[in-house]
Write a protein that binds this ligand. Structure first.
Ligand SMILES: Nc1nc2c(c(=O)[nH]1)N[C@H]1C(S)=C(S)[C@@H](COP(=O)(O)O)O[C@H]1N2
Ligand SMILES: [Mo]
Length: 317
């Protein structure tokens, strides 16, 4: 099985560092650890304590991971500024607790919930997902979160509900980027309810086994791995069930560039650049050299393509 996965790595990406990482990943896939190999080679005394490696889950990618450092210091979160380094630099003092989420619209259970009532932290799982920004960079990140489908079910949406919409905190005193009219604050994003009920989307509260950094949307953000990164709304304080397709931030700003669906599709270029390939930010790849082909649905087609049967994929950019 790991042979198929290893062949997913393009030769152009392989550097001594990625080879090393990949080897560790293969050992992990086999349920072995580097320490486990050392045991047979050199005896028990020198062994450092190692946590048991978990086997890869069915939705996990085995590709080389982006480092925590890179994933938490290079991203978009306009509430803290528009440069990719701004979110990490300018969110340092943000306090993501206490935190409440307001659930409203077409559901049986609505109201204002403390974060730990909104989602059960015991139901968190780790998923190693690719993420693809519309700006053509991508990362591989181990997220910690609860499947969105489980959370939605706990609020019992009515049969009229066809969409779910999320809203980011609006608090210019705590979010300096909101003092400028860059976007129509608060940031909002949404999914069709059947997309939201697919097993892949996660409501995330952590990454790399730790709490979510502020720059990555603490304490609560969405991850939808087959869509462009802007669907992954951060700093969520609201979830609403709607009958009609909601207007969302980027779609509202430039509908020709950022559609509501935002499915990753190498065949539909952004009006100002190609979407056929991406720069993978991962161990061993420098920011400007590792270009790899972009996959339809970001490589998750087997899990999600059926959601769009009968729809023209070229219109779902
Ligand atoms: N509230 C909010 N959420 C947001 C954004 C934002 O500006 N504000 N940017 C989006 C974009 S364009 C991307 S690519 C991802 C990047 O963050 P990540 O690297 O932590 O996934 O966050 C998304 N979520
Ligand atoms: Mo993005």
């Amino acid at each position: 099985m790991f042979i198929r996965r290893a062949s997913d790595i393009l030769p152009s990406q392989i550097t001594p560092e990625t080879v090393y990482r990949q080897r560790r990943q293969i050992l992990k896939t086999l349920g072995l650890s580097v320490a486990g190999l050392a045991l047979s080679a050199c005896g028990a005394e020198e062994l450092p304590a190692q946590p048991a490696a978990r086997p890869l889950g069915k939705f996990d990618t085995a590709e080389a991971q982006t480092s925590f450092e890179q994933a938490s210091t290079y991203n978009n979160y306009y509430e803290f500024g528009t440069d990719k380094e701004d979110p990490a630099k300018r969110s340092k003092d943000f306090k993501p607790r206490p935190w409440r989420v307001e659930v409203s619209g077409l559901a049986e259970r609505t109201g204002s919930f403390d974060l730990d009532e909104f989602l059960d932290p015991k139901k968190r799982e780790e998923r190693i997902y690719r993420m693809r920004c519309v700006e053509a960079w991508s990362m591989v990140i181990p997220w910690m979160g609860v499947p969105l489908a489980d959370i939605i079910q706990s609020f019992k949406p009515s049969s009229k509900a066809k969409y779910v919409t999320f809203r980011t905190l609006k608090d210019p005193a705590r979010m300096p980027g909101q003092r400028q009219p860059i976007l129509d604050w608060p940031y909002t994003e949404g999914l069709r309810l059947d997309e939201a009920m697919n097993p892949l989307p996660l409501l995330v509260t952590g990454m790399y086994g730790r709490d979510l950094p502020n720059a990555n949307g603490a304490p609560l953000r969405l991850i939808v791995p087959w869509k462009y990164g802007f669907k992954g709304i951060k700093g969520i304080v609201g979830m609403r069930f709607d009958e009609r397709q909601p207007s969302t931030t980027w779609e509202g700003l430039a509908p020709d560039e950022y559609g509501f669906y935002a499915n990753v599709n190498p065949e539909v270029d952004h009006p100002r650049w190609s979407q056929a390939s991406e720069r993978r930010l991962a161990a061993g790849s420098s920011l400007f050299n590792a270009r790899i082909p972009t996959l339809p649905f970001n490589g998750y087609g087997e899990h999600v393509a059926h959601l769009y049967a009968g729809m023209d994929p070229k219109k779902l950019y």
